[in-house]
Design a protein around this ligand. Structure first.
Ligand code: ATP
Length: 358
């Protein structure tokens, strides 16, 4: 985003004359501590990262809010024990490796540091002891609340068409960033999408959580041979029917998860939210049927977009640009740089009548 001049204390004027409010420094909502934390508040971790609070306890580790003496933005410090439930946790090792490779891509968070903590309980007895006591560590730029939380904050529990269209357009660009390097994400969902928090990044969507990524292409550009029985990876609510069927995941499965995420943002809930686990697969298949009542509720542009995604075959290399183009009308003429629902008190979501709650 190019800033031409600052008009006053509250607004900035962009090169094309658009005037936008200045962003106030963002402070994330912090969680209460329960004594199980790896880092203390105000701790100067590694002599460099100042810990300012706890953002969350994920399924695999803890995420802290902090600052880095050498990085201009606030950061998050993500920590995962090397040994979890008696098993060696490899998620963060993988995330560190993939994030490193993806640096420089616009929809990937900037990584400031990675490695392991040096809180050793059994210093230097034997290698195994050291291994047991280390925690994986990842420091990256601070982002805003995830899209799932921004949806929950909406008084109507859903987002407007223009906001969802622009989230999807950027989400597909994020998938292009990952797929073009020969990887698939395998856990696309609203909770893994966040906007930036600075003047330059607050309208840029970033995909987070690279702990389930898998390489689907070899370095020669050919696809890897599918495994006979790959284990389940992902989040059931957003997994494609192919994943239900135990198939090896491919780029189109990331797109299906993206389409389900968009449908959830428009509809409040996905039609399979309240059905039994056994019925989820069939309810998804029903949703794929052209003219399915729930699909129709997402509106004409989004249902065409979903139709294009649901018709992708496993061998297809989806055309990211053509899929984005299907959503251009749904933006209602708003550019990716204009305000999103949460910046306008959810005005468009409250006023929109194209979708109904499921
Ligand atoms: N860079 C970041 N800045 C701010 N918040 C973040 C950042 N990265 C992740 N988060 C928040 O933390 C949550 C969990 O992150 P992430 O999915 O990477 O961790 P996880 O341990 O794999 O969690 P889970 O088990 O829930 O998948 C995200 O939903 C997001 O809200």
């Amino acid at each position: 985003m190019e800033i031409l001049l600052e008009s006053n204390d509250d607004t900035v004027v962009l090169k094309d004359g658009v005037e936008i409010p200045k962003v106030k420094p963002y402070v994330p909502i912090l969680k209460d501590r329960n004594g199980s934390e790896y880092l203390r508040n105000e701790e100067l971790f590694r002599g460099k990262f100042l810990v300012k609070g706890l953002i969350g306890r994920g399924g695999y580790g803890q995420i802290y809010y902090g600052s880095d003496a050498t990085f201009p933005e606030d950061v998050v410090i993500k920590i995962e024990p090397v040994i979890r439930n008696g098993k060696t946790g490899r998620r963060m090792l993988l995330e560190q490796k993939i994030l490193y490779r993806l640096q420089g891509r616009p929809h990937v968070p900037i990584m400031c540091a990675s490695g392991h903590t040096d809180h050793l309980n059994f210093i230097g007895i034997i290698f195994v002891a050291i291994k047991f006591s280390l925690n994986h560590l990842l420091v990256m730029q601070l982002l805003g609340p995830n899209i799932g939380d921004l949806k929950k904050r909406s008084p109507v529990r859903r987002l407007s068409s223009t906001t969802v269209a622009r989230i999807m357009i950027q989400g597909i660009a994020a998938l292009r960033d990952v797929h073009s390097l020969g990887y698939i994400h395998r856990d696309v969902k609203p909770a893994n999408m966040c906007f930036g928090v600075t003047q330059n990044t607050r309208h840029v969507l970033k995909l987070v959580d690279y702990g389930m990524v898998r390489r689907y292409k070899n370095s020669d550009g050919n696809r890897r041979k599918p495994r006979y029985r790959p284990g389940f990876r992902g989040t059931l609510r957003y997994s494609s029917v192919r994943v239900h069927d135990g198939k090896e995941q491919v780029p189109s499965d990331d797109f299906v998860s993206m389409a389900y995420s968009g449908a959830e943002l428009l509809l409040v809930n996905l039609p399979w939210k309240l059905v039994s686990v056994e019925e989820i697969r069939q309810t998804k298949l029903d949703f794929h049927t052209p003219n399915s009542p729930f699909l129709m509720l997402t509106g004409p542009y989004f249902s065409i977009f979903c139709g294009a995604i649901f018709s992708l075959r496993s061998q297809d290399e989806p055309d990211h640009s053509s899929l984005q183009a299907l959503l251009s009308e749904m933006t209602g003429g708003k550019s990716l740089r204009e305000a999103y629902d949460w910046e306008e008190n959810y005005r468009d979501a409250l006023g929109s009548s194209t979708t109904e709650s499921v």
